[in-house]
Design a protein around this ligand. Sequence first.
Ligand SMILES: NC(=O)c1ccc[n+]([C@@H]2O[C@H](COP(=O)([O-])OP(=O)(O)OC[C@H]3O[C@@H](n4cnc5c(N)ncnc54)[C@H](O)[C@@H]3O)[C@@H](O)[C@H]2O)c1
Length: 86
Amino acid sequence: MSPRRERPELRIGMVGAGTMARAHSAALSLIGPLYADLPVRIRLVAVADINGTVAADLADRYGYERVAYASASSGNRTAVELPAGL
Ligand SMILES: NC(=O)c1ccc[n+]([C@@H]2O[C@H](COP(=O)([O-])OP(=O)(O)OC[C@H]3O[C@@H](n4cnc5c(N)ncnc54)[C@H](O)[C@@H]3O)[C@@H](O)[C@H]2O)c1
């Protein structure tokens, strides 16, 4: 048996932790098991939401490593504080 090739990571940062974030997180969690030959390894790194409770819940459910804080938006812009190393 040949050694399994080390695949590069595709690091995911999710902004917003509502309905669509849940749907996309569920899909991202299934990609690995569904596609064994996928050339990247999906890694759920961080989620940010203005509602920290919702963000923490998404992180718990889907295994995001960190919760990043998103401040209230100004116009169409949102400030997201990302953890070091993201
Ligand atoms: N629900 C759908 O079927 C659907 C389909 C296609 C597109 N969309 C679009 O996707 C987006 C999200 O939809 P949803 O259904 O997940 O909404 P939702 O209300 O369930 O979730 C939105 C989340 O974003 C957070 N949020 C709001 N402002 C923020 C900001 N400035 N910074 C960080 N987080 C912020 C909210 O606290 C909330 O948790 C919307 O633009 C919607 O139009 C939704």
